[in-house]
Design a protein around this ligand. Structure first.
Ligand code: ATP
Ligand code: MG
Length: 561
């Protein structure tokens, strides 16, 4: 489905209504506002595709805004990673903005609010303030400092800014309504003292504005028309609007906050805080561990930007939270890689095959198509010889008629090569088959044009020539969590559901065309799945990740519906 064909989502309906009600199309502006306290994850991809998608649809600018108001958790490393990820996903922002660039303006506006009697310095402890909050059904209690004079408030607030107080000694609060049915309107905190260096403003500030007193104001400064956020901010909208009521000048555009549902993915967690825990506890090797649902993890795993965008656009946006099955994400990467990934042969669980009627020392280079889905992908040569590897699973001494792979007395075609027949096998002392002796039909070579080359046998196996094979470390991943909703349990921590077998390393034997691969190159290992070259790979030690298996479980699930 192309971008134009699909029907409008509910956010686009809101925008269309606004355009009908007199909003200027030229005035539309959006932003994607990550807090640089971790790496972006697949949930963020939904928000990115939504905001940048609106930018493309309406030819409106989209800012990349760093919501950097908490120096305790934010770092430059995260800023850089976020920029790299948004770019890699294929989007271009208009302006790179930082909430911290507005600290001066926000401070001046706060002083204005104090002068208008709409903000005050509270000198109680956070516990005392919390106690006075009331409950959703009972009003809160007013702070004893609520009616401080404007003069005193101005002096104290300036003192806060100048570093005259310890953390926790004072806060600045908006003076709204301690009896509001919306608890967030009960004199929310606007500033707290934090004697911490900020990754951009360093030690210029020791008071930092709270989210609510930053976000809408940043939107206003940037003249963002539609400020889209996730549903947990719905109750904040009233406060968002209250702050804007105090500031907006009549000749300026007034931003609107609108909410959509967070996207969750099964068998993982999409929360920077929880992902950080996985990194810090060494459950994964880092934010870009290929098992992580981060954009950088998916990239390293071999996902393409297209597959992530297609996934995000397919699930679209919703008004209610739900969990999307990870197999839908896998479906999209499989679909894209099927189109673009060259086919190669690799054996991951080798069993030796000797072709007894093939001359010793002889080799042939067989023509192999690179991608049947893409004629322009061309072909390559793969070496054939007397000794080959096939997969252990592809041979059985005896099997019923449904086993189309190799069995004693049975025939299979070797992909791009000959038909072979299993004659005998050798076992070790424990009874495991360690070698299969076969004969081949010399006239049956694929593509040779003979009658035998067209002969149909039920099974086709992938294989590699042992003397030509190159070895590689192949990392096979399973779900990081064994439970579909690891953070959805009341009595158990998400960490309790970490799958201990989510990474398996095996030695693979690869056709020699893979000798000169580069980090990031993607392939289909025929009959096994899609694989890419990991960043740990060197020319001496090749390392591959399994991106996804070939089997299309999601399509099967869909068919059952
Ligand atoms: P996290 O809990 O992972 O830190 P967050 O919402 O605090 O998430 P932000 O950096 O504040 O992370 O998010 C930037 C934008 O991405 C926000 O507009 C947020 O609403 C949106 N976003 C975050 N997580 C999701 C998600 N799972 N689905 C859709 N949008 C999301
Ligand atoms: Mg956050």
């Amino acid at each position: 489905m192309s971008e134009e064909e699909r029907s409008l989502n509910f956010i686009e309906h809101i925008i269309e209504d606004d355009l009908r009600d007199g909003y200027e199309k030229e005035g539309l502006r959006f932003r994607f506002p990550p807090e640089p306290n971790g790496y972006l994850h697949i949930g963020h991809a939904s928000s990115i595709c939504l905001n940048f998608g609106l930018g493309l649809r309406y030819q409106a600018p989209v800012n990349l805004r760093f919501d950097d108001t908490n120096p305790a958790k934010e770092e430059k490393e995260y800023v850089e990673a976020i920029k790299a990820d948004v770019s890699w996903l294929g989007f271009e922002w208009d302006t790179e903005c930082y909430a911290s660039d507005y600290f001066g303006q926000l401070y001046d506006w706060a002083v204005e609010l104090i002068k208008q009697g709409k903000a005050y310095v509270d000198s109680q402890s956070s516990d005392q303030i919390a106690e006075q909050k009331g409950t959703p059904t009972e009003p809160g209690t007013e702070s004893p400092f609520r009616n401080r004079s404007v003069e005193e408030n101005l002096t104290l607030f300036e003192g806060m800014k100048n570093g005259e107080f310890e953390e926790g000694e004072h806060v600045l609060r908006a003076k709204i309504d301690m009896a509001s049915s919306n608890m967030l309107m009960r004199d929310p905190i606007m500033y707290r003292i934090l004697h911490k260096a900020h990754h951009r403003t360093n030690t210029d500030w020791c008071i930092y504005p709270m989210y609510d007193w930053t976000h809408g104001e940043s939107d206003y400064i940037e003249q963002v028309s539609h400020s889209l956020c996730t549903l947990e901010f719905l109750p904040h909208r009233e406060l968002y609007d209250w702050f804007l009521d105090q500031l907006v000048e009549s000749n300026k555009l007034r931003p609107k906050q609108r909410e959509f549902a967070r996207r969750n993915l099964s068998h993982t967690v999409v929360s920077k805080r929880k992902l950080l825990q996985l990194v810090e506890n060494g459950v994964v090797s880092g934010w870009d561990d290929p098992r992580m649902p981060t954009i950088s993890g998916l990239r390293r795993r071999g996902y393409t930007p297209e597959s992530i965008r297609n996934f995000a656009n397919t699930i679209g946006i919703a008004k209610r939270e739900n969990v999307v099955d990870v197999s839908l994400l896998e479906f999209h990467v499989r679909e894209h890689l099927n189109k673009i990934a060259p086919r190669v042969m690799a054996v991951l669980n080798p069993l030796k095959v000797v072709i007894t009627n093939y001359e010793e020392g002889k080799e042939e280079w067989l023509e192999a198509e690179n991608n049947p889905e893409d004629a322009s992908a061309g072909s390559r040569k793969v070496p054939f010889s007397r000794e080959l590897y096939i997969e252990q699973e592809d041979f059985r001494e005896e099997a019923n008629r449904k086993f189309f792979r190799l069995k004693l007395g049975g025939e299979v075609r070797l992909k791009n090569g000959y038909i072979i027949k299993a004659e005998n096998c050798t076992k070790d002392s424990e009874g495991n088959v360690i070698e299969v002796q076969c004969t081949y039909d010399p006239k049956s070579r694929s593509g040779s044009g003979t009658e035998e080359s067209l002969r149909k046998v039920k099974g086709t196996l992938h294989w590699v020539s042992i003397p030509h094979a190159i070895e590689a470390e192949v990392r096979i991943y399973d779900r990081l969590f064994s439970d579909a909703t690891p953070d959805g349990h009341k009595d158990q921590e998400f960490m309790d559901f970490v799958n201990p077998d989510s990474l398996k390393k095996v030695t693979g034997f690869l056709e020699p065309s893979l000798k000169d691969v580069k980090v990031g190159d993607r392939f289909q290992f025929q009959r096994l799945g899609y694989f890419n070259v990991d960043v740990d790979s060197t020319s001496e030690n090749l390392v591959f990740n399994r991106t996804v298996t070939l089997r299309d479980t999601w399509a099967k699930l869909e068919q059952k519906k």
